[in-house]
Design a protein around this ligand. Structure first.
Ligand code: 5AD
Ligand code: SF4
Length: 466
């Protein structure tokens, strides 16, 4: 059959399909990898005639893509499910069916519990089995309540469709690309090794092909994702061993791909070739998310982080020697079991020493099944709250200082979306800041030279440099 006849004969089917259009509403909680996974699930469902909707009430299928990292995140799911049960009942009264699915790390960790506690849920699907989603929905249609949470042997990425051009265009000029999943580090506070399983790296060819598709769809900046992204490893064209540094080199050869980032990294896995990539690749943005979690060596040991504060500080010095304009971001946990006032003071002093452009900080949340949950000496809630407040005040001060320090600098700005005022656009700086600029003769996707003129509460202001 020629291509033309294929197109002609496809027409009546398309008409039939549009009559049977079904709508999916996906709510994403948690990390960037969930954002990426939600898009892949939406793409997989598109093949079955589902279109995405932003209006939950209109949906034939509601999918909650959940996060289990802290107790609060997991509890949000159950309250959302309570509201969804009412909506499902209301729609059933109007003769409209609505399926409810729970995906993500809560699905993986508490699948049976969800089915028991939330009778309105039709489907529970863990992160390793998203490629089975269309089949699972068929089983739901046949009246089953489905639980798919085994660690699939087959590679989910081989089966999940890569983003097509139209969808990529609609999603904007920056994109995530998962290159690695799972974690073998077993920090004693963290559920990830249990919910996402052990480390798996995607093969080079799969990653390059997906990156190329994203660029063909207008993407200018790609952030490589992995729970422990710098543990990514693979093989080069001649079978030689590649680490993330080599992968970044390969991706930087893609024409039109202007910017690369990667997240989240473990300090133990920053190897020489990755540090060299920061020196050698102009596409690799000078911004690194490198969590340490605590500034106390005693607590780092109890957390099983397998590095000291001195090693972390020395590592940062090496990366900064390779890329002097590098800015840092981090994650911190306060109130890990046994954390004393002195340990906390060490965290504040580490933050002072390093100086972060941005950082995320959390109260320790006991996660069932992790070694931290069995430790005695849990820190009282009010102590955690007080420490968090003090740490966040310091981090915010550093974030503002970093922004102030940008004023007067001329930088490259990737234009991402329209601003509030006519002619105004919002762009992304090399250090992940939002920057407002009047740039009437430029368009989204352009990278332009601008001078930073001022700071606002959450963004910067700039003028075009001709
Ligand atoms: N309690 C609080 N914060 C946690 N994180 C991971 N597990 C916990 C927990 N049990 C934080 C860490 C990690 C980030 C993604 O979430 O700082 O880097
Ligand atoms: Fe969790 Fe990150 Fe530690 Fe892995 S390295 S266990 S994902 S905190």
């Amino acid at each position: 059959m020629t291509q033309e006849t294929a197109v002609l004969s496809a027409k009546p089917e398309m008409a039939l399909e549009s009559a049977a259009v079904r709508k999916v509403f996906v709510k994403t909680y948690g990390c960037q990898m969930n954002v990426y996974d939600s898009d892949r699930m939406t793409d997989a469902l598109a093949k079955d005639g589902y279109v995405a909707t932003d209006v939950m009430e209109d949906a034939d299928l509601v999918l909650l893509n959940t996060c289990h990292i802290r107790e609060k995140a997991a509890e949000k799911v159950y309250s959302a499910l309570g509201r969804l049960r009412e909506l499902k009942k209301k729609k059933a009264g109007e003769g409209r069916e609505m399926m409810i699915g729970v995906a993500g790390c809560v699905a993986q960790a508490e699948g049976d519990e969800i089915l028991r506690r939330a009778p309105a849920v039709d489907l529970v699907i863990g992160p390793q089995t998203y490629h089975r989603l269309p089949e699972a929905l068929k089983r739901v249609k046949r009246g089953e309540r489905v639980l798919e949470t085994d660690y699939a042997i087959e590679d989910k990425f081989e089966h999940l469709p890569a983003p097509d051009k139209a969808k990529t265009r609609a999603r904007g000029v920056t994109a995530f690309l998962t290159v690695q999943e799972g974690c073998d580090k077993f920090c004693t506070f963290c559920v990830v090794p249990y919910t996402r399983g052990s480390e798996v790296s995607r093969p080079v060819a799969q990653i390059v092909s997906e990156a190329q598709k994203l660029v063909d769809g207008g993407v200018r900046e790609i952030t490589l994702l992995g729970q422990n992204v710098n543990a990514w490893h693979g093989s080069g064209p001649n079978g030689e061993k590649w680490g993330l540094g080599e992968l970044l080199h390969r991706l930087s050869e893609i024409e039109g791909l202007a910017r690369l980032r990667y997240t989240t990294s473990h300090p133990r896995d920053m190897d020489d070739s990755l540090i060299a990539a920061h020196r050698d690749l102009p596409q690799l943005m000078p911004y690194l998310h490198l969590p340490i979690q605590s500034g106390s060596n005693r607590i780092l040991k109890a957390m099983n982080r397998r590095h000291t504060t001195a090693e972390y500080i020395a590592l940062i010095a090496r990366i900064k020697a390779a890329r002097p304009d590098l800015a840092l971001s981090g994650d911190f946990i306060v109130g890990f079991p046994g954390e004393t006032d002195e340990d906390f003071a060490d965290t504040l002093s580490l933050v002072e020493t390093v100086g972060y452009a941005q950082a995320f900080s959390f109260k320790y949340s006991t996660r069932p099944g992790t070694p931290g949950a069995d430790l005695e000496d849990q820190v009282p809630e009010d102590v955690k709250a007080n420490r968090l407040e003090r740490l966040q005040a310091l981090l915010l001060k550093q974030q503002h200082a970093f922004a102030e320090q940008c004023v007067g600098k001329t930088i490259d700005l990737l234009l991402e979306k329209p601003g509030r005022m006519p002619g105004q656009l919002i762009g992304r700086s090399p250090w992940l800041q939002s920057v407002n600029v009047d740039a009437k003769s430029s368009q989204i996707g352009d990278i332009i030279r601008v001078r930073i003129t001022g700071t606002g509460p959450n963004s910067l202001f700039a003028e075009v440099v001709s």
